[in-house]
Design a protein around this ligand. Structure first.
Ligand SMILES: Nc1ncnc2c1ncn2[C@@H]1O[C@H](COP(=O)(O)OP(=O)(O)OP(=O)(O)O)[C@@H](O)[C@H]1O
Ligand SMILES: [Mg+2]
Length: 358
């Protein structure tokens, strides 16, 4: 009971009012009856009236007021205190304790207001977090564009020199090497141009992107690493799964994912990519899964895996930017990317992109 009335100052005031009211009533009755019926009868009547009055007050104070006034008020006070202290677990009034009267309506309305307030607060916090992430990406984009600008000239010189060598050299083994160098140099230029796009300096060009050949091309670029020749790679992407986007940018995403998978697996490990069509908000989408049978993503990395500089490979020349860039590119395409570990072990990265409507 003390819990319900602990802080209430209503009861003492009511008691003073009751007593005052009774004293006035008794005095009026005594004075009105005394001249006609004599002091004895007047006194008896006052005793009878007093008994009825005490009983009424008892019923009021023991049964009615606690249930309909003191307890609801106390519940509201406790809930308000919890709200002020930011104690979300106790700030809502238990709906089972709310009665159907006017005080109950005030309590329900208060609960609804608090709920709405918390919802707005959560949305605001979420928006702030997104804004911070955007801010970081913008800084990263500026840095990327600056680096790209510096890289473009030496890369153009390198590509020109390799092209010259391709023209003048006829040895087949050297030609093969030179062709590979040329492919890599071209990819470097594309990446460098992509970095400028990352900073959103240039407008994105969107076209239908068949995913299966894109994955093959990405693997060919990752395949420059000698570990790739030992890995078992399986491209199970359906031939008719065509996304909508920029192929040069999307290839960068899958190069990052496949390279991560290749680093993760043991020699001779397995990397598989498959795809699925699905409908999101009434529109066709394609999701592409990159799976490996490595040790999986470390638990401490998983929640922040798309944050910049989050890496377990900082000592092995990793920068922790691969997935940040990948996420940036996928978001620019209006898509989503997520990371999980497979129940059977190994990592699973899922990229979802709007399908080509054609
Ligand atoms: N397939 C995977 N298996 C296990 N861990 C992974 C996998 N892919 C990513 N990770 C974890 O996520 C971290 C972040 O990956 P991310 O590609 O962003 O950076 P990085 O590979 O460390 O460096 P960078 O790609 O910049 O060279 C990795 O360091 C690794 O711990
Ligand atoms: Mg990486």
């Amino acid at each position: 009971m003390g819990r319900f009335f602990g802080n209430l100052k209503v009861r003492p005031k009511l008691m003073i009012l009751h007593n005052l009211f009774f004293a006035i009533l008794a005095a009026s009755v005594y004075l009105a009856l005394y001249p006609n019926v004599g002091p004895k009868a007047a006194l008896s009547l006052i005793v009878v009236l007093g008994t009825i009055y005490v009983l009424a007050v008892l019923v009021l104070e023991v049964a009615i007021m606690p249930l309909y006034v003191y307890r609801p008020l106390s519940l509201m006070l406790n809930a308000d205190r919890a709200t002020q202290q930011g104690d979300r677990d106790h700030e809502m009034i238990d709906a089972r304790l709310i009665l159907g009267d006017e005080i109950g309506q005030i309590m329900s309305s208060r609960n609804a207001t608090i709920l709405q307030l918390r919802r707005h607060e959560d949305a605001l916090e979420d928006a702030l977090r997104k804004l911070e992430a955007q801010d970081r990406l913008v800084s990263l984009g500026l840095l990327a564009a600056g680096v790209a600008h510096e890289l473009n000239t030496p890369l153009a010189v390198l590509q020109g020199s390799v092209e010259k060598l391709v023209e003048t050299n006829s040895d087949p083994a050297t030609q093969e090497r030179l062709q590979r160098m040329l492919r890599v140099t071209q990819q470097l230029r594309k990446i460098s141009e992509g970095l400028v796009d990352f900073a959103r300096v240039r407008k994105q060009v969107t076209e239908p992107v068949p995913m299966r050949p894109l994955i093959d091309e990405a693997w060919a670029l990752v395949g420059i690493d000698e570990k790739a020749s030992e890995a078992k790679f399986l491209n199970s992407v359906a031939a008719d799964h065509i996304a909508s986007g920029n192929p040069d940018r999307l290839i960068q995403v899958f190069v990052n994912l496949l390279r991560n998978a290749l680093y993760a697996v043991q020699r001779g490990g397995m990397i598989e990519v498959n795809s699925k069509k699905f409908v999101r908000n009434g529109q066709p989408w394609i999701s592409v899964k990159v799976m490996d049978d490595g040790p999986g993503i470390p638990a401490e990395v998983l929640p922040d895996i798309f944050e910049a500089f989050v890496s377990t490979r900082l000592d092995a020349r990793g920068t922790g930017l691969g997935l940040t860039v990948a996420e940036g590119i996928i978001h620019q395409h209006g898509g989503t990317i997520s990371a999980t570990n497979r129940p059977t072990g190994g990592a699973c990265l899922i990229v979802s992109l709007p399908a080509n409507p054609g």
